[in-house]
Design a protein around this ligand. Structure first.
Ligand code: ADP
Ligand code: ZN
Ligand code: ZN
Length: 655
């Protein structure tokens, strides 16, 4: 006998309240979570949603009432979202409740207060006629619509005019009475980027972001549900907009890691968009100048249709010239500053011409790697091919396998005693700029300078207005901003993101460098990009300098295949946490042994357990374990097994 757990009230506050009903014989094969059914309730007949089907009765089945029938009404949007929540629970290993809370918009009516946000100011912008698409843009639009609803990857160079393609697709959907969700990374939800959508679609478009109040979000989602708008733009959570006739989901900058949720449910927006698209019969378009290896692999295999934009859209705008500068050579030739001679020359030249400069320090993922200042040699783990990290106790440690070796006092490659970590921050860069270019007006953008609300937007608009000559910053400054007067981009140390202890470090580096390079010369003026590095021959840096994605992809995939890293293999990343270090270690070993004992012959490969990249956070110790196997299904079984066995904190991601 099967039993169904059903909710009758989908307001968020009541999600915990389920009622159990018998599944009648004739519906046994048909019913799935998310479906709307008619049930007896008191002495009425009402509709409810199936959350779960189970073999375990919660009370005496003899007293349990049966489901009467499937609801005749058209499938409501809630049913779709519940089905999606069930999929998220299975895929990301969260509870059903967490998944439902994520996908179902709050139903609580909160008094909406007027927004002081940019979008409100944008409401009154008049409608602008569309640009005439160029050949590549038109081919992409036609192609995407001809394979519809098959998902597409729109692989287009920075400045290629992907936004115009998105807008044409939105038009095509509107012509059929269908709605579109456009995901943009939160950091790119700027006035500049949104303006174009308001110009084109006026009050048919709404924007959500994390700074909106609950009431404002409620209003936006109500407008979506009732059909008052047909375009929703927002960060990953906008994916759950309750459009009843969803035609398309577009994910701009699909490679962005901000699309992966860091809290439970730890969902990945691209994958979830594909799934919602499939469930709703809607198309999905992934756009990027640097597609993730996952997406490009799917495009090559034919799972996604692939469309390319190879040249810049704006008349006269060409891709910038890129020069790689070897910092080892600079040091050898007596230049001890952070600016290579070629970069210093170029900065001086731009200041004279009153053009703008961006200086970029990619510190993300920077994990304290140690390198030789004379030859650029980086200490790496011989087993894992990630860089070793220096610990205070003088040891160099691999965070993937736990290998620990004493820090040598000489470079094993060239014998030089100049071995050190790379201690450059944006503040230091600003000080140096002021010292060497005293006339330059500077702006700095990093975590410190943008911690105040709004300051992020203020810095960008101040720079756009020409109130500064040089913008110094972390990856925040390179995300899709279009500054026409920027003709020089300097990347101060391209290596920084290369030596994080993450197997995706090469991919991140390629993406960052390509995006940064894309900032130069967007408005037709000739652009120059200077990439400073200790590793000019590294393939991520080398291929990024030619903006040669295909060659990068081949080399990176060869490395992933060799070590069975995704997307060449499947991998679980397991984090075991406990306030007592010995407990965390013991539990990690016990879980690993448990998996081995449970699946003795399955060809599972394990790395670790060992201390995680950050081995302690707020006095909680973290042990890490990687489990590789070609079968995703088996890995999901292993995940569920570990969830049942766990005695400490446990966080599992399928990478
Ligand atoms: P991407 O998002 O691909 O980096 P954008 O959509 O920001 O590129 O477009 C870059 C610039 O090219 C923008 O200033 C845009 O207005 C301009 N542009 C796009 N399409 C066309 C077109 N068909 N004709 C002229 N200019 C265009
Ligand atoms: Zn050396
Ligand atoms: Zn190792």
């Amino acid at each position: 006998m099967k039993y169904a757990n059903i909710i009758v009230d989908i307001s968020l506050e009541k999600l915990d309240k389920t009622f159990q009903y018998l599944v009648p014989e004739e519906l046994n094969e048909t019913l799935r979570p998310g479906m709307q059914v008619v049930i007896p309730f008191g002495n009425r007949k009402i509709t409810g949603y199936i959350l779960e089907l189970t073999d375990t009765p919660e009370f005496d089945p003899a007293r349990m009432k049966p489901i009467l029938s499937l609801s005749e009404k058209a499938v409501p949007i809630e049913a779709q979202l519940i089905e999606l929540a069930v999929w998220m629970k299975e895929t990301y290993g969260c509870t059903l409740n967490q998944a439902l809370k994520t996908v179902l918009p709050s139903r609580r009516r909160v008094k909406s207060r007027a927004s002081k946000e940019v979008p409100a100011a944008l409401q009154n912008i008049s409608l602008q006629p569309p640009k005439t698409l160029n050949e590549e843009q038109q081919a992409a639009v036609n192609g995407i619509l001809s394979v519809y609803p098959q998902p597409s990857l729109l692989f287009g160079v920075t400045g290629g005019g992907k936004t115009e393609v998105y807008m044409a697709l939105i038009d095509a959907m509107r012509a059929q009475g269908k709605q579109t969700i456009l995901l943009i990374p939160e950091i790119s939800l700027t006035y500049q980027n949104l303006r174009r959508f308001y110009e084109r679609f006026g009050n048919r478009v709404a924007v959500v972001n994390s700074r909106l109040s609950a009431g404002e979000k409620y209003d936006s989602y109500e407008n979506a549900r009732s059909g008052r708008i047909d375009i929703m733009i927002g960060p990953r959570s906008a994916l759950f907009t309750p459009f009843t006739n969803l035609g398309m989901i577009i994910v701009d900058e699909e490679h962005e890691s901000a699309y992966n949720s860091e809290t439970s449910p730890r969902y990945r927006a691209v994958e979830t968009a594909i799934t919602r698209g499939r469930m709703a019969g809607a198309g999905v378009v992934l756009g990027s100048a640097t597609p993730s290896l996952e997406s490009y692999t799917k495009a090559l295999s034919g799972e996604y249709a692939l469309f390319r934009i190879t040249s810049r859209a704006r008349v006269g705008s060409v891709l910038p010239e890129v020069k790689i500068c070897d910092l080892r050579k600079e040091l050898r030739e007596g230049n001890k500053t952070i600016f290579s001679r070629i970069l210093a020359e170029a900065i001086k030249d731009r200041l004279e011409k009153r053009e703008q400069v961006m200086l970029f320090l990619n510190r993300r993922g920077y994990a304290g790697f140690i390198s030789c200042r004379s030859c650029g040699y980086v200490f790496r783990c011989p087993h894992c091919d990630v860089s070793l990290t220096s610990h205070r106790n003088g040891q160099l440690v691999c965070h993937y396998c736990g290998l620990s070796v004493p820090m040598p006092d000489r470079c094993p490659s060239c014998g030089s005693p100049y071995i050190a970590g790379f201690g450059l921050g944006t503040q230091k860069v600003e000080t140096m700029v002021k010292k060497y270019f005293p006339s330059a007006r500077t702006l700095r953008m990093d975590m410190d300078s943008t911690s105040r609300k709004d300051s992020h937007g203020k810095i960008l608009s101040s720079f756009a207005k020409g109130e500064a000559d040089i913008l110094i910053g972390t990856q925040m400054i390179i995300k899709g901003h279009d500054f026409p007067r920027v003709t020089l981009v300097g990347i101060l140390a391209a290596d920084l993101s290369l030596y994080s202890d993450d197997f995706r470090a090469g991919e991140r580096t390629f993406q960052l460098l390509t995006q940064a390079a894309g900032r130069a010369g967007r408005a037709g003026a000739e652009g120059l990009v200077v990439i400073q590095t200790y590793n000019p021959e590294n393939y991520a840096i080398e291929t990024a300098s030619h903006q040669d994605y295909e060659v990068f992809y081949e080399k990176e995939m060869a490395y992933r295949r060799l070590l069975s890293y995704p997307p060449a293999g499947q991998m679980l990343s397991v984090l075991i946490t406990d306030p007592k270090e010995e407990t965390a270690v013991r539990e990690a070993i016990r879980l690993a042994d448990g998996v081995r004992a449970h699946w003795p012959e399955s060809g599972i490969r394990m790395i670790g357990p060992s201390a995680a990249g950050i081995s302690r956070i707020q006095d909680v110790y973290r042990q890490q374990l990687f489990i590789k196997h070609p079968s995703r299904k088996l890995l999901l079984q292993i995940r569920d097994f570990m969830e049942l066995e766990k005695k400490t904190g446990l966080q599992i991601d399928l990478l």
